[in-house]
Design a binder for this molecule. Structure first.
Ligand code: AMP
Ligand code: MG
Length: 333
């Protein structure tokens, strides 16, 4: 049975982690499904609860910056600069793993993904458990990541030992992932910490090509899987406001919903406003995708415009949730 608690009872949850159990906890990005990262049996429970493919490695969460040196065998100068600037926060760094890190959490790779969350509940849980906590997003594999406890319960009730309800996630999208295990740092997954932010610290940083395209040989194993998809079928519609509206209006029918950007309505269709800027779009994206499902919507048209910054992370998640189904409303044949 799953116990649903708040941070007041965090000691129970920390003990559960230390004893090899599983705890869902809030972080500033999305909710994470945690277990002792150095205990292979505990890590296996995460993969089972999520139905996650065993070749998709997990992020290891730490409460203290110096713990990086226990988990990584090499910490480059670029890695140090990025840690100084962005830890704690929504940035994950990939480094060569040390010998204490087992093969389950890294899915057999010789690198490990490390993040130091800024959410105080996450931090306290890690600290009190006395463990490093492996934690992917707390959704069933393939579904949108949960940003509120209600969505965690929908996916994970009965599959984990504890769920800590810590309110809404502040960012709403998973961490930015940067590989600093090679000579040149490379962004493997965009997030709230943007390319522009990172470039100020490590000017030679690259963006992995797999971020926006479908690819057979991704550098980050997670890139090749279906991701973030609600039950509804999603199509992303881009172009001038007039043409986007015309296209979507001609597709309105029973069970069709619209994710608008910067407001607007579509007759009787079920409409959710994604926000007035890309921060808001990012913050609500996963929540909104689940809201369409909860309201019986089977087809979603999502208005989107390419704006850089955190817009790159929104684009990455939204395109995946749509299975890369996009329409350019300015160039319809
Ligand atoms: P999640 O925890 O579900 O947000 O996913 C973690 C992401 O980090 C996935 O896309 C993983 O493939 C990626 N990741 C974790 N560890 C590594 C690693 N050692 N090398 C490359 N990517 C990694
Ligand atoms: Mg995930």
């Amino acid at each position: 049975m799953t116990k649903i608690i708040t941070a007041e009872n965090i000691d129970e949850a920390a003990k559960c982690i230390a004893d090899g159990g599983t705890v869902v906890f809030p972080t500033e990005t999305v909710y994470g499904l945690g277990a002792d990262a150095l205990d292979d049996d505990a890590v296996l429970k995460i993969f089972t609860a999520k139905g996650r493919p065993a070749d998709n490695p997990l992020i290891v969460h730490i409460a203290h910056r110096d713990d990086v040196y226990k988990l990584a065998s090499e910490v480059s100068e670029d890695a140090k600069k990025l840690m100084d600037k962005f830890f704690p926060g929504p940035l994950t760094l990939i480094m060569k793993k040390s010998d204490i890190v087992g093969g389950k959490v890294t899915a057999g790779l010789d690198t490990v993904a490390i993040r130091m969350p800024s959410n105080p509940i996450a931090n306290e849980l890690i600290d009190k458990s006395g463990c490093f906590i492996a934690a992917p997003s707390a959704n069933l594999s393939g579904s949108p990541s949960p940003t509120v406890a209600r969505h965690v319960i929908d996916d994970m009730d009965g599959r984990v030992d504890y769920i800590i309800d810590g309110g809404s996630s502040q960012v709403g999208l998973e961490s930015t992932v940067v590989d600093v295990s090679g000579d040149v740092p490379e962004i493997l997954r965009p997030g709230k910490i943007t390319y522009e932010d990172l470039k100020e610290v490590v000017p030679n940083i690259l963006i992995n090509k797999g971020i926006l395209a479908e690819t057979d040989k991704p550098k980050s194993p997670g890139m090749k899987y279906k991701h973030y998809a609600p039950k509804a079928d999603v199509t992303v519609v881009m172009g001038s406001k007039v043409n986007v509206r015309k296209y979507i209006e001609s597709h309105i029918a029973d069970g069709v919903g619209v994710l608008t950007y910067k407001g607007g309505s579509y007759g009787d269709a079920f409409v959710i406003n994604a926000g007035d800027n890309m921060e808001e779009y990012a913050n609500g994206l996963f929540y909104n995708l689940r809201l369409f499902d909860e309201n019986g919507v089977h087809t979603v048209y999502a208005e989107f415009s390419d704006e850089g910054g955190i817009g790159l992370a929104v684009k990455n998640r939204l395109f995946k949730s749509a299975g890369h189904k996009t329409v350019d409303a300015d160039n319809l044949i």
